[in-house]
Design a protein around this ligand. Structure first.
Ligand code: B30
Ligand code: ZN
Length: 267
């Protein structure tokens, strides 16, 4: 396959051995982490401004073998700036999801050790670097907005077009279009001004330590049936543990915070 790493517990390419092939995965500023709220430093000057949230886009989704990844066909793309990224300008690249086998786990980050069933990552790259492949070579290359997905009793209709497209293309490398145009606002919680910020890494190999993490405090609700659609995505290998080729979980284990400080825009 195109990836020489996976989320297996016991595999030389598995999540505990990523550092063998990708040394940065053993670094001191890795993601994800647990946000210990008692240690968070409130910084009321922190802002995030996401532009273009209300524009509708023609949108595709692709199973890349480790997640369902969404991209926008049309430009201009949404952008991100604010004091949380020192006023620099970032452009939307893609968004994707991490989830668990069951709804007691699945998010990569946690708050006071509380995990959610899934987490969405809206990935932005610093525009002056031209493209994401170049941007990942720089310390300020990416800003990723992390959004917790919380279980609700009913499906979230705002997520229906996306979930429909994921269901249409469950196979490894399959791609499908959303049945209707969507806005990124549809996928976010109402309040995007309450967030945590810290410096970390890509949560997948090569684990580059180039990400300004912006984790929204408020979750978005998603139904259990909608979560099940993610869990039925297929990859290109059979898991030793489950004996199936479903991407039944795709979260990384957490890293220690080490010398880093997490700030919050609220208290
Ligand atoms: S995350 O938000 O920290 N999970 C990348 C971006 C964000 C995160 C992780 C990785 C990224 O840009 N990776 C390089 C591109 N990928 C993406 C892909 O299409 O297939 C290639 C890769 O990882 O090797 Cu999978
Ligand atoms: Zn991610």
């Amino acid at each position: 396959g195109i990836h020489s790493w996976n989320y297996e517990d016991e595999d030389t390419k598995g999540v505990f051995r990523w550092g063998d092939q990708y040394p940065e995965c053993d670094g001191l500023n890795q993601s994800p982490i647990d946000i210990e709220t008692a240690r968070v430093q409130v910084n009321r000057d922190l802002t995030v401004e996401i532009g273009g949230l209300d524009e509708t886009h023609e949108t595709w989704i692709r199973n890349n073998g480790h997640t369902a990844q969404l991209g926008l066909l049309d430009s201009p793309k949404p952008n991100l700036t604010g004091t949380a990224v020192n006023g620099k300008l970032y452009e939307f690249a893609q968004l994707h999801f991490h989830w668990g086998e069951k709804s007691d786990r699945g998010s990569e980050h946690s708050v006071d050790s509380v995990f959610y069933p899934a987490e969405m990552h809206m990935v932005f790259y610093r525009k002056q670097y031209g493209d994401i492949e170049t941007a990942v070579k720089y310390k300020d290359g990416l800003a990723v907005v992390g959004v917790f997905l919380q279980n609700s009793k009913t499906n979230n209709p705002n997520y229906d077009p996306l979930i429909y497209a994921v269901r249409q293309a469950p196979d490894y490398k399959a791609k499908s279009f959303l049945p209707s145009e969507i806005t990124l606002r549809q996928l976010l919680p109402r309040n995007t001004q309450k967030f945590y910020r810290y410096s970390g890494s890509l949560t997948t190999p090569p684990c580059d330590e180039i990400v300004t993490w912006i984790l929204l405090a408020d979750p978005v609700e998603i139904g259990e049936q909608q979560l099940e659609v993610f869990r039925h995505e297929r990859t290109n290998y059979v898991s030793m543990r489950s004996g199936s080729n479903r991407i039944d979980h795709n979260y990384r284990y957490q890293a220690p915070i080490n010398r880093r400080i997490v700030e919050s825009s609220f208290n």
